[in-house]
Design a protein around this ligand. Structure first.
Ligand code: SF4
Ligand code: SF4
Length: 328
């Protein structure tokens, strides 16, 4: 029998800066906690809430928060453990991108110093493993941020996931600080890192990121590529290092810059790229407006160039859905 629900309600757990929820979509999922508990209490609350939601779904009751969400489908409930953990629970970053969706909170402040993100996350996840709430071998982890390179507990978290045989840890990073923990993941074929470079020159980079770190970022990308290449028996690991380009109005929305970005990425040994619309701000500030033509033009250009250059192009699902719809 199928049920009208979304898998996030059964299989995903998202740690955000102010709360724990079931998803990290633009809608954000049903609330589980606002971090008032100890790690043991929080893990238990997560277990209980998940059980309640699952029983409700079987009885046709969908959480109010999810009623109008477009991600719901008619599906079978195949297994009930957590197979996806999102770690988006801190703001601290070593970059200051003008388009950052956290700017209301950070006011653009950044620092190269490491800071603790939230001291209870590690113990909560450890407890969830102990409670057998996580499907260890199927678990994918998404690390967003803030920036993982300045998150003090990041290496410890990665060791915990590796000890429990995680499937893949998907990391997003500014790329400014080289992370040995990410290197460890890449060497073992257990991780993927995406760096939004968004530029092909130091000048454009600085304009967007507010930091003069273009050369350093490209050097680190090259080091990650070399780490991914270390396992000679797994040549595909090289595709686990991704250079990304977010299209930003009046900044980099021109083919000259895109061309340079592709060429500079290739010089670092990159084989996998992604292009994305800017939609975190766009969907709020441009709601109902037509998607600009330059987005279509750049997507088409990158698609063709990737074929010519032998690069793998990763699909950006949110951009694709918005562009098919034609409006924000
Ligand atoms: S139905 Fe939508 S809001 Fe609810 S958990 Fe799924 S994706 Fe998130
Ligand atoms: S790297 Fe990410 S978290 Fe840091 S400022 Fe840029 S968009 Fe924000």
């Amino acid at each position: 029998m199928t049920y009208n629900y979304c898998r996030n309600l059964i299989n995903t757990l998202s740690f955000h800066q102010h709360n724990v929820r079931f998803c990290t979509t633009l809608n954000m999922g049903e609330l589980i906690s606002t971090y008032e508990e100890t790690p043991k209490e929080l893990a238990y609350k997560i277990k209980e809430t998940r059980e309640k939601i699952r029983n409700n779904l079987i009885n046709g009751i969908i959480p109010t928060h999810c009623l109008n969400c477009i991600y719901k489908n008619n599906e079978y409930i195949t297994q009930d453990k957590i197979t996806k953990i999102d770690l988006f629970y801190w703001f601290h970053c070593n970059c200051s991108c003008f388009y950052c969706s956290y700017r209301d909170e950070t006011k653009g402040e950044f620092s190269d110093k490491e800071k603790i993100g939230n001291p209870i996350i590690y113990d909560t996840i450890k407890e969830l493993y102990r409670l057998n709430e996580i499907n260890t071998e199927e678990l994918d982890v998404n690390v967003g941020g803030g920036e993982l390179g300045v998150l003090k507990e990041f290496p410890k978290l990665i060791d915990l996931f590796l000890e429990n045989n995680v499937k893949t840890v998907f990391c997003e990073s500014s790329g400014i600080k080289y992370s040995k923990a990410v290197e460890k993941l890449l060497r073992k074929g257990k991780g993927c890192i995406t760096v939004a470079v968004c530029s092909g020159t130091p000048e454009t980079y600085k304009k967007i990121k507010r930091r003069d770190k273009y050369r350093q970022v490209m050097k680190n990308l090259k080091k990650y590529v070399n780490a991914a290449k270390k396992d000679k028996n797994a040549p595909d690991n090289i595709y686990n290092v991704v250079s990304k380009y977010i299209i930003l109005e009046n900044c980099n929305n021109n083919l000259t810059e895109v061309k340079k970005w592709l060429s500079e990425s290739q010089k670092c040994g990159i084989k996998h790229v992604e292009v994305s619309m800017e939609f975190c701000w766009g969907t709020k500030s441009k709601k109902g407006q037509k998607i600009e033509d330059y987005n279509y033009e750049i997507f088409k250009y990158v698609e063709n160039e990737c074929k010519n250059l032998g690069l793998l192009l990763r699909e950006n699902k949110t951009s694709k859905a918005l562009m098919e719809k034609g409006v924000y």
